[in-house]
Design a protein. Structure first.
Length: 176
């Protein structure tokens, strides 16, 4: 009988050890769940604290988007104004060229039918047709027969080197 007692005691000890191990595992799991619940609670509290920051960021994003829409609208208006200005410029240039062509057609000294004819080529080289602002007032053109004519190479203060290299020489489009 002593062997049977020892076997029963061994079984009871093994069952007690298993029960103890299961209890320890259950306690660890419970503690881990409690820790995770505490972490989740802290994260929720932090998220609630950031709610104001999120709302401020949302307002800032909405303001930025509204400003972007306003800037786009202003840019579109500016582009439309620039296009209107370019159209007006083109009309003014066309009207100017029409007047120059008419003047050249009426001027017997200009061959307006030549292949290399350019309207207004008989204008003095100082006549600036650019849109750049002038720093000095424009010089009125003198008559072609005047000795002080800006087209005359002997004009005081004007030499052949003062004429831009790409402008035609004086009288280049005149009949000979």
């Amino acid at each position: 009988m002593s062997t049977i007692v020892w076997i029963v005691i061994a079984i009871v000890v093994i069952v007690a050890l298993i029960a103890l191990a299961v209890g320890i595992v259950m306690a660890l799991r419970k503690r881990r769940r409690e820790q995770h619940a505490a972490e989740a609670s802290q994260l929720r509290a932090a998220a609630l604290e950031q709610h104001g920051d999120v709302n401020a960021a949302r307002r800032q994003a909405a303001e930025s988007e509204a400003q972007a829409r306003l800037s786009r609208a202003e840019a579109e208006r500016a582009e439309e104004e620039a296009a209107r200005s370019h159209r007006a410029l083109a009309q003014e240039e066309a009207a100017r060229e029409d007047k120059l062509r008419e003047a050249d057609r009426l001027d017997p000294s200009v061959d307006h039918r030549a292949d290399d004819y350019e309207p207004g080529a008989s204008l003095p080289p100082q006549a600036d047709t650019s849109t750049e602002p002038h720093s000095a007032p424009p010089v009125p053109p003198a008559s072609p027969t005047s000795p002080t004519s800006p087209t005359s190479p002997t004009s005081p203060g004007v030499t052949p080197t003062d004429r831009p290299a790409d402008s035609p020489a004086p009288g280049a489009h005149r009949k000979e």
